[in-house]
Design a protein around this ligand. Structure first.
Ligand code: FES
Length: 393
């Protein structure tokens, strides 16, 4: 039986990399802010426990740069400073001025043009990219950052899409957020009261198996149980309240009942399942006409950013109804009320220890993916003579 395959462990010792990654996995790009929120005024963010200053060189239209947000002189945050000269950032205290691209100390304004400290100090920098209207930062261990497009969901890179997104700082460990997103059981119980669920049906109970394709693992529905009787509790149905009838057709990508049309871009992907997850904590929920993504961005061990992205693959004037739908409806019901139920559970989860049951197979497979992927990365880094930085709390 499926139950027999579950280790039912009380701790996380089967996944040492996963257990150690309380403050996130290094070696990935993370979305940290809306592009429009980063200008010429430096801004501090925390990512994987590291304080980072972001600034857009010259303000509007310039490129965004990221440096460690601690002046090496006396430890003042560079984000308290400003841009005195193009291509640089100056510390507000004594005017040490760093090159944005290289981190080199270009000038110590208060020590004259020939200050001997110049050229002897380099501030650590981070690679930055802008995609989907957001600023992304790579946190690694000194290795070259892989191209961000190799890490983004491939369908977003190669197709025109219109996106609506929400970035929310949330309390709780990023792993609980990721596990919650991919958690099979919660979709059917926790969310049973959400307004979104009235419009987008979810099965009460089903049997799934998990398959890996590329860097994603998918929950694939083997059987669906559209109604369930719980003695003493009555009958639950997965159907939207306004159409209590059997689904016309069950597609392999939807729990959504009888959808006739599938967006051609989504159809072309041939996703094996409705829900999938990939490193470093990205959830993909493929509906027939749009895809919803969640990026769980580790701020530190106790906080994360919830980045919800809804994408429809359409262009030209056809994007207008998307905005109407997103702003008038999806943003509030799905990225709002529905997602707030997840937020609540992530805040109050306290694991390990834990005792798992059949639907937690999805959690175990995700942890295994994270473990194996990290093991491979550690091996790759060793080949380059790089010792990974120990996880921070
Ligand atoms: Fe930054 Fe002195 S603390 S210049």
């Amino acid at each position: 039986s499926r139950l027999g395959r579950l280790p039912g462990r009380q701790d996380w010792s089967s996944w040492p990399h996963y257990e150690a990654a309380a403050a996130g996995f290094r070696g990935y790009w993370y979305p940290v802010a809306y592009s429009s929120h980063i200008g010429g005024k430096p801004k501090q963010i925390t990512l994987l426990g590291e304080k980072i200053v972001l600034v857009r060189d010259g303000g509007r239209g310039g490129s965004v740069y990221a440096l460690k947000d601690r002046c090496p002189h006396r430890g003042v945050p560079l984000s308290e400073g400003n841009q005195q000269f193009p291509g640089t950032i100056s510390c507000p205290y004594h005017g040490w001025t760093f090159d944005l691209a290289t981190g080199d100390l270009k000038a110590a304004i208060t020590d004259g043009p020939a200050s001997p400290i110049c050229g002897k100090v380099t501030q650590p920098t981070y690679e930055v990219a802008e995609r989907l209207g957001m600023v992304w930062v790579f946190v690694g261990d000194g290795e070259d950052a892989p191209p961000i497009d190799e890490q983004l969901p491939e369908e977003l890179v190669s197709n025109a899409a219109v996106v609506g997104s929400r970035i929310q700082p949330r309390i709780g460990n990023w792993r609980f957020a990721c596990e919650n997103g991919y958690d099979e059981g919660h979709a059917k119980y926790l969310h049973r009261t959400s307004l979104w669920r009235m419009f987008k049906a979810m099965p009460v109970w089903n049997e799934t198996r998990i398959v890996q394709r590329g860097r994603w693992i998918y929950r694939v529905q083997d059987k669906q149980y559209w109604d369930a009787d719980f003695p003493g509790l009555g009958t639950w149905s997965n159907q939207a309240w306004y159409k209590l009838k059997p689904p016309k057709k069950v597609t392999n990508i939807g729990n959504t009942g009888g959808h006739r049309e599938v967006n051609p871009v989504i159809a072309a992907q041939e996703f094996p399942g409705f829900a999938s997850v990939s490193m470093p904590g990205v959830l993909r929920i493929a509906y027939p006409t749009f895809i919803h993504y969640e990026f769980y961005v580790p701020v530190d061990a106790d906080n994360h950013l919830y980045v919800g992205v809804m994408a429809e693959f359409r262009k030209g004037r056809k994007v207008l109804p998307f905005y109407a739908k997103y702003l008038g409806f999806v943003r509030w019901l799905f990225h709002g009320e529905f997602s707030a139920q997840d937020k609540w559970m992530v805040e109050v989860t306290d694991a390990p220890p834990e005792k798992l049951y059949r639907p937690d197979d999805s959690l175990l497979k995700w942890r295994k993916l994270a473990e194996d992927t990290t093991e491979q990365r550690v091996g790759r880094l060793a080949g380059q003579g790089i010792q990974p930085i120990a996880a921070k709390e």
